[in-house]
Design a protein around this ligand. Structure first.
Ligand SMILES: N[C@@H](CCC[C@H](N)C(=O)O)C(=O)O
Length: 232
């Protein structure tokens, strides 16, 4: 079983290539809890219906149907390590297409499910799903938000990831995310910054996260997430 460590704009993963073996769900969960203490989650490389299949676990052993930064790391592994000539793979949120362009990894994100406006813990925002559920709320001074404690309260009420967003300009934002299943703030969250850009509703959005800069592009067929991946 090949094991690799990746970070994608600071979102940290261990990848387990189990295409030459098989593990039960419990065995995967135990492996994740044991090996992911200093990571945000784990990516399992499998094959299904003639395609590579990405199964995602958060560090606490909970499964999630999608991970945007993880999907970028997964595609990086397929192309750079497995030397697979692929531009798409399967996830529990459907087929994900993508490519490596100028050392950046670009993927098409799952189509969002309807956003609804809600108020929770005195924060007004939108609840929408981009592979996984996200609450997005705009704030004035993001660096002074108690992401860990307020994020935890909102996460528990909604069973969703929580994104605090500060608008810098028409199409530039800062995002800080409390991630479900990590149960803490992460340096970036791909589906979270995509959900935030969808709420901003601009065609090209530059997103500053603590883990670096990500871009989200809105094209005719959907939303594309672009950023770095490193072998660390
Ligand atoms: N960091 C991921 C999101 C991973 C899943 C999330 N923690 C959940 O359980 O919903 C991303 O980059 O999208």
């Amino acid at each position: 079983m090949n094991e690799k460590k990746y970070t994608a704009n600071g979102n940290s993963f261990i990848l387990f290539d189990i295409t030459d073996t098989s593990l039960t769900s419990n065995e995967k969960k135990e492996l994740v809890i044991k090996k992911c203490q200093d990571r945000d989650g784990a990516l399992f490389v499998e094959t299904k219906d003639g395609m590579y299949f990405m199964e995602y676990y958060n560090k606490d052993g909970s499964k999630a149907p999608f991970c945007g930064n993880g999907a970028r790391a997964f595609l990086f592994y397929l192309i750079k390590e497995k030397k697979a000539n692929v531009d798409k793979f399967l996830t529990e949120s459907g087929i994900v297409s993508g490519k490596i362009l100028n050392e950046k990894i670009l993927i098409k994100m799952p189509n969002p499910l309807v956003a609804r406006k809600i108020n929770v813990e005195n924060f007004s925002g939108y609840l929408l799903t981009v592979g996984v559920p996200h609450f997005v709320t705009f704030v004035d001074d993001i660096e002074h938000i108690d992401v860990k404690n307020i994020g935890k309260k909102i996460r528990n009420k909604l069973d969703a990831n929580v994104n605090f967003v500060e608008k810098i300009s028409k199409n530039e934002i800062k995002v800080r995310t409390f991630e479900r299943g990590v149960e803490d703030e992460t340096l970036s969250c791909g589906s979270g910054v995509t959900a935030s850009a969808i709420v901003l509703n601009e065609s090209k959005v530059k997103v500053h996260t603590r883990g670096g800069i990500l871009h989200i592009y809105t094209l005719n067929d959907g939303f594309y997430l672009e950023g770095d991946v490193e072998n660390v």
